[in-house]
Design a binder for this molecule. Structure first.
Ligand code: HEM
Length: 160
């Protein structure tokens, strides 16, 4: 563990856990929707954390899911790699900022990978706002010919 990354390591320790809550989504090309989200952030004893997200619709049917790794690479620097069953992968880099009572991590994609049949996503942005036992998540994307704009927002609470 690179303990010199003090702020990153403090953020890392409070991210670990299981989070769940409600979210909503929209985009100019699709109908608005709501979802239930669960995020599991786990520590394997290495500087990175494993990240696993699952969502379901109000009728219980599964929606989007993704897995990845959150890497801490500097005093306030983090990197995220995420793979999705839709054939899309994201590589993002970002910064951890202090917020009253918590942290804000904003990450922007440096690369978005596609399988031959996936939808075109040119760029993404992810924001995690962590205050106490509440984790607010935003997802933005430049996709299907639309400019960068928000697709998702959710509010998760730490599970006991
Ligand atoms: C909480 C996670 C997410 C949920 C619940 C979710 C849900 C949805 C739903 C319900 C739709 C409309 C129906 C459909 O095309 O399947 C949609 C469309 C789409 N989503 Fe998401 N999504 C999530 C995350 C993501 C992420 C991470 C990306 C990209 C990296 C993404 C990219 C897209 C694209 C490109 C479309 C198609 C837009 C179009 O065809 O006009 N979504 N999403």
């Amino acid at each position: 563990m690179r303990s010199t990354f003090r702020r990153a390591m403090e953020f890392r320790s409070v991210m670990i856990g299981r989070w769940s809550g409600e979210g909503s989504g929209w985009y100019p090309t699709i109908a608005d929707f709501d979802y239930h989200e669960t995020v599991e952030v786990a520590d394997l004893g290495r500087p990175f954390l494993t990240y696993r997200q699952m969502t379901k619709a109000s009728d219980g049917s599964p929606l989007h899911t993704e897995v990845g790794y959150l890497r801490f690479v500097g005093e306030r620097q983090a990197e995220l790699v995420v793979a999705q069953p839709t054939g899309i992968s994201e590589v993002l880099t970002g910064w951890i900022e202090d917020r009253a009572g918590g942290y804000r991590l904003a990450l922007d994609s440096t690369q978005v990978g596609h399988t031959p049949t996936s939808k075109p996503v040119a760029a993404t942005r992810r924001i995690f706002l962590l205050e106490g036992d509440v984790l607010d998540v935003e997802f933005w994307m430049e996709a299907v010919g639309q400019p960068m704009q928000q697709h998702l927002r959710s509010r998760l609470r730490r599970n006991p």
